[in-house]
Design a protein around this ligand. Structure first.
Ligand SMILES: Nc1ncnc2c1ncn2[C@@H]1O[C@H](COP(=O)(O)OP(=O)(O)OP(=O)(O)O)[C@@H](O)[C@H]1O
Length: 746
């Protein structure tokens, strides 16, 4: 213990030195000022690079070193959240980044396959203090004893699983399991589907995979950024601290409704409307709708022009339209071809009339005269108005709003489900907007200008960095040392492409920030959580954002609830990659104790007899309970009062129509569209509860849940589950022990 404490102290000392160096470099660069493009560029590069280092050092504050590998050949490595090296000539590693290849035995070695290990040590810390050691002997011939050899190698894992929840997901670098490690480090290329039941660590694995890929392919991914798509804002808040805690910031977190820059999808669709809008048929309907806007006049348009009347008839418009469509360009980009053709035709018409030889000879106008006529026509406001009428310039917003007001090319029933005049955009509309933007060839100029204006308003980045380093001084840094110099030096480096893009005004934004403002951004890797929920139309957006198809898709078909959800992975991926995707399964549930999982599985088995849930890694001996009540809100309030733990979090999960009454009965609970999950009591509907977890869960009126929603709700608890109902219990929950109401209410 003393030795590991001394070593930890040394690491924190080194981290402090490195932090001080990075801060000094930033401050010096900013003070240097300098004018001119080159000077500013250099300063930017340095500031960005050092700020990346500072972020990594910050992440090393807690649990900097959590493991040690002692090899049979004498090698001895400490493993940490980030890597640090000594300040000697050889830059000797002090602690190795958990993602480095040499750290792998920490996660994979077993007694059967020790990978050269003699001993594996788990080091538990609180702040800078080493609190416990757990040694596993992998070489039984090893006679050395430290007194920390554990009979139970899973003690560290079980302690993590039992810990009270905080409303924020934590990283699992200390306890990644072998099956998870293989997924985290799977090759970057291609589509990897990770499937598993509730609590099998799909989300945790996806996030650690992002961290791993950013480490292993730093140069490429710092440039292109990683996109992580999650089902709702509360979920993104829940997972948002994991990657920063691992020192990674090159990631954009978004819901599918946030993928169209400049649009905030605050509206909601009925399930029927969401299903129609999510269907792949929508792409065809929109394409035909755009084609409808490329019109030919019924009666010819007669245009007043200074040199005489011009007649734009159906024949001219049809020819021009065929010509423009043949370019295969999107609508707005093909319009100049249409306009050109119309202007040429009208010019020929005018020239025929003005230059006609009364004696029947060839036209009297020369090429220059005709060119002059053409110029006049091309500049004519009336001609422009006629072209605009036949082939208007369209924005995605305008097109989709008009389409929704009067949907066409759909069966009447579908059209009726989505018909809407005005109102806020919904998440399902975002997929339509993106589709429209593709069809129209909108160049995003407006969105870019808006993003740029926002950027200018922000406090200067460089000043922000300085403030950050000063601000954090008050917290007294642990001295961390900087790991693998090569890793950290490459951290967040500004890439050549970005430099080349620079104009007079430097662009301080990270790749992730720039990606957020750019509809056409191609991400280096895309991770989709709760992937089973996405509609065919939402997949179209994601595939456009990831032309390399380097993707990790995470989901559980048994938890599918969205009406537009697609079902099988073959159906989802077939149109994009055929059958060329990897499919892996996680089978151990780390969240839900066996007692609760058994009940949840029973609910699914009632409709799907052969259903096999993931195996719970632990049992708590605490049985879930049910309570029949006359009045739901007061019974739930009493159950919450009786169950709220001193530490940890409690969630009440109820059908959406019940939330209002329950919120009134639970004044202390956080509720609404974006609840604060760090509060002791949270009130959610089952969709909001997706992906989250709480120490205690109370499910209200389970008879009103759809089966998949109920399965989600029942599997959110890490410790205790209760059910309060006024109506009958759904099949499968009858096994619950009925409990009397708490004394105060009874
Ligand atoms: N190797 C591990 N060590 C420690 N904790 C783990 C490990 N794997 C998973 N967990 C924990 O188990 C819980 C469930 O993980 P996670 O949320 O990633 O599961 P999931 O498969 O996404 O679940 P769901 O489908 O229900 O959303 C989390 O608290 C996570 O931190």
């Amino acid at each position: 213990m003393r030795h590991e404490q001394e070593f930890t102290d040394l690491l924190h000392e080194r981290l402090g030195e490195l932090r001080a160096q990075a801060e000094a470099a930033v401050r010096e660069a900013l003070a240097r000022g300098g004018s001119g493009f080159q000077a500013r560029l250099e300063r930017d590069v340095l500031v960005a690079e050092r700020s990346g280092l500072l972020a990594a050092f910050d992440s090393g504050e807690h649990g900097l070193c959590f493991g040690r590998l002692l090899f049979r050949d004498g090698r001895d490595h400490h493993i940490g959240r980030i890597g640090l090296r000594r300040d000697d000539e050889a830059r000797t590693p002090l602690v190795v980044d958990w993602r480095a290849e040499v750290a792998r035995p920490f996660y994979l070695a077993t007694g059967h396959a020790p990978m050269g290990l003699r001993r594996r040590r788990h080091i538990s810390t609180e702040g800078r203090r080493v609190t416990a050691l757990h040694d596993e002997l992998l070489d039984l011939a090893d006679a050395e004893r430290t007194g920390h050899e554990g009979a139970d190698a899973d003690a560290v894992l079980l302690a993590a699983l039992d810990a009270a929840r905080t409303g924020r997901m934590h990283d699992i670098v200390q306890t990644i399991q072998a099956e998870q490690d293989r997924i985290i480090r799977a090759p970057q290329r291609g589509v990897l589907v990770v499937e598993g039941g509730p609590g099998t660590g799909k989300t945790a694995v996806a996030l650690h995979r992002a961290a791993y890929l950013l480490y292993a392919h730093r140069e490429q991914l710092a440039k292109r950024a990683v996109l992580i798509v999650g089902p709702n804002p509360a979920f993104l808040g829940y997972i948002g601290e994991v990657l920063p805690a691992l020192g990674e910031t090159g990631v954009l977190l978004a819901t599918p409704g946030e993928l169209f820059p400049g649009v905030r999808a605050t509206g909601t669709d009925s399930p029927a409307a969401a299903a129609v809008k999510g269907d792949a048929a929508m792409a065809g309907a929109l394409a035909r709708y755009v084609a409808d806007r490329q019109t030919v006049p019924g009666p010819a348009l007669v245009i007043d022009h200074e040199d005489g009347e011009l007649v734009l008839d159906a024949a001219i418009a049809e020819d021009a339209r065929a010509y423009a469509r043949a370019t295969k360009l999107p609508h707005n980009l093909a319009r100049p071809a249409f306009a050109l053709h119309v202007v040429d035709a009208l010019t020929a018409q005018l020239a025929d009339r003005l230059g006609a030889d009364p004696f029947g000879g060839p036209n009297l106008l020369g090429p220059d005269d005709i060119a002059q006529l053409g110029k006049g026509i091309a500049l004519s406001r009336e001609v422009h108005a006629a072209i605009e009428e036949l082939w208007p310039v369209l924005t995605p917003q305008q097109l989709v709003a008009e389409f929704l007001a009067d949907p066409v090319h759909l069966p009447e029933e579908d059209a009726a489900a989505i018909r809407r005049r005005g109102g806020a955009w919904t998440p399902a509309d975002v997929a339509l907007l993106d589709e429209a933007a593709e069809l129209l060839g909108e160049d995003d100029a407006a969105a870019r200008a808006a993003a740029e204006a926002e950027r200018r308003e922000r406090v200067a980045y460089a000043q922000g960095v300085l403030d950050l380093s000063y601000g954090s001084r008050t917290q007294e840094f642990e001295d961390l040392d900087d790991e693998d110099a090569e890793v950290l030096a490459a951290h967040d480096l500004i890439d050549a492409e970005r430099l080349a893009d620079r104009h007079e005004e430097a662009d301080h934004r990270t790749a992730a920030e720039r990606a957020a403002a750019d509809r056409t951004w191609a991400f280096g890797h895309v991770i989709v959580d709760e992937a089973q929920e996405l509609s065919a139309m939402a997949w179209r957006i994601l595939m456009r954002r990831c032309p390399t198809r380097s993707m990790t898709l995470v989901g559980d078909p048994a938890q599918t609830a969205e009406p537009g959800g697609l079902g099988t992975w073959d159906a989802i991926l077939g149109p994009y990659v055929g059958d060329r995707f990897e499919h892996v399964r996680l089978g151990v549930n780390y969240r839900t104790p066996a007692e609760i999982m058994e009940v949840a599985a029973g609910v699914v088995r009632a409709v799907e007899p052969g259903f096999e849930p993931p195996r719970s890694v632990r049992a708590t001996g605490v049985r879930p309970w049910a309570r029949h009540a006359a009045d739901l809100p007061s019974a739930v309030a009493a159950a919450v009062a009786a169950a709220t733990p001193e530490v940890g979090r409690l969630a009440v999960i109820a059908p959406r129509p019940r939330l209002g009454a329950l919120a009134a009965a639970l004044p202390g609970a956080s509720a609404g569209p974006e609840p604060d999950l760090t509060r002791p009591v949270v009130l959610l509907d089952p969709r909001q509860a997706k992906g989250l977890e709480f120490d205690t869960v109370i499910v209200a009126e389970p008879g009103e849940f759809a089966t998949s929603d109920l399965y989600v709700a029942l599997t959110r608890a890490t410790q205790r589950l209760g059910v309060v109902h006024t109506g009958p219990l759904p099949e499968g929950l009858g096994v619950l022990e009925q409990e009397a109401a708490p004394a105060a209410v009874a």
